[in-house]
Design a protein around this ligand. Structure first.
Ligand SMILES: Nc1nc2c(ncn2[C@@H]2O[C@H](COP(=O)(O)OP(=O)(O)OP(=O)(O)O)[C@@H](O)[C@H]2O)c(=O)[nH]1
Ligand SMILES: [Mg+2]
Length: 348
């Protein structure tokens, strides 16, 4: 039984309220005159009903009924309703965990699935797919003889260390080299290069201003490999990019290969945006550093795919000249097939 109290100015209005809320079958249980807050007189009617008819319900009972109806609807999901749960394959889930952007992991997964039908296993197919999606280049082509090699990238990326590693390898292989740095900003920037050069029985050259180039060019002339280190910049700061571009223009970049040096451990989204931010400097390769510091290879994979730049080396430690290796599709596939983990997580 529903029992409710209604208050109105007179009996006619009170009965109209009863009828509206409880319907024609409502029974008046009691009525009395009551005083309002300001002393005015009202009629209070108490009414009851056994059934609440359609169109004669309180707002709360309407809401309850709507909720009930809704629950009923959701209990019966149509058979052909699209699945709302994540239906990604195990491979795609693994790639997502690495931080590969969803549209890219989907593309890789689709390609792997298509190839899997030909009988290859996931590792081989991933190797083949990455080989198609990323432009891997052999070391002899990426760091070609007779060219200037300019290394650019964010601060602390490992540019100078990488220059030292590559220069040492060329020297060990009995090639002639020249070592030049544009870094007159970091304290000890030039000294770092000079100490290393003297260990190789070479000289390092500091190019502070455009006027220095004529003399440095003489020293670089005829060398098998000319390595040019640059100061680290905030790659999203357009003024810093323009300033570096201006300094490099003094050298003339026609005969230069510009290598973008990026730590593999960078934030994947910012990393993916860096080649575009540095487009004015025309990088043609990406060289990944600090491969030893992360197991999450999504950032590296994203930027290698989206930028279209050539990929050749990764560095995997601080040791000069040892910690630099060639990265190819099979090495990347093999690493991506391993679950990335934080230092305290055990390897699966
Ligand atoms: N773990 C690890 N550390 C590296 C690697 N490469 C460089 N480093 C270290 O990263 C730090 C910065 O290296 P640098 O070569 O000075 O970096 P940079 O890009 O020249 O730095 P700026 O000139 O200041 O922009 C140093 O402590 C290096 O030893 C690497 O592959 N792995
Ligand atoms: Mg440096």
């Amino acid at each position: 039984m529903h029992i409710k109290r209604f208050t109105a100015n007179n009996m006619t209005d009170a009965l109209a309220l009863v009828k509206q809320a409880l319907g024609d079958d409502a029974v008046i249980l009691a009525n009395r005159r009551v005083e309002g807050e300001n002393g005015e007189s009202h009629i209070e009617v108490t009414a009851a009903t056994d059934s609440v008819s359609e169109g004669a319900q309180s707002s709360s009972s309407v809401a309850q009924k709507a909720e009930h109806a809704q629950q009923k609807t959701f209990e019966k999901i149509p058979d052909n309703f699209p699945k709302l749960e994540h239906d990604a394959s195990d491979l795609q889930k693994l790639l997502d965990k690495h931080g590969i952007l969803p549209n890219i992991s989907k593309r890789i997964d689709n390609a792997v699935k298509a190839l899997a039908e030909t009988g290859f296993d996931d590792l081989d197919t991933l190797d083949m797919v990455l080989g198609k999606m990323i432009t891997f280049e052999a070391p002899a082509k990426a760091v070609a003889k007779g060219k200037y090699h300019v290394f650019i990238g964010p601060t602390g990326a490992g540019k100078s260390t990488t220059v030292c590693k590559l220069a040492a390898h060329k020297k060990i292989d009995r090639h002639s080299i020249a070592l030049i740095t544009l870094d007159n900003q970091k304290i000890g920037g030039f000294e770092q290069m000079a100490i290393f050069a003297s260990a190789l029985k070479e000289e390092a050259y500091l190019m502070k201003a455009a006027e220095d180039w004529a003399e440095i060019e003489q020293a670089a002339q005829g060398k098998d490999y000319v390595f040019i280190d640059t100061p680290g910049i905030n790659v999203f700061n357009t003024a810093q990019v323009s300033a570096l571009k201006k300094r490099l223009e003094a050298i003339g970049l026609q005969n230069a290969t510009v290598h973008l040096v990026l730590p593999a451990s960078l934030n994947p989204l910012e990393m993916a945006a860096m080649p575009a931010a540095l487009a004015a400097l025309h990088p043609s390769t990406i060289l990944f550093t600090k491969f030893d510091e992360t197991t999450y290879l999504g950032g590296l994979t994203n930027v290698a795919i989206t930028s279209g730049l050539k990929v050749c080396y990764v560095t995997d430690g601080t040791s000069v000249p040892d910690d630099i290796v060639e990265l190819d599709a099979s090495m990347l596939a093999e690493k991506l097939m391993r679950k990335p983990r934080l230092p305290w997580e055990r390897e699966a």
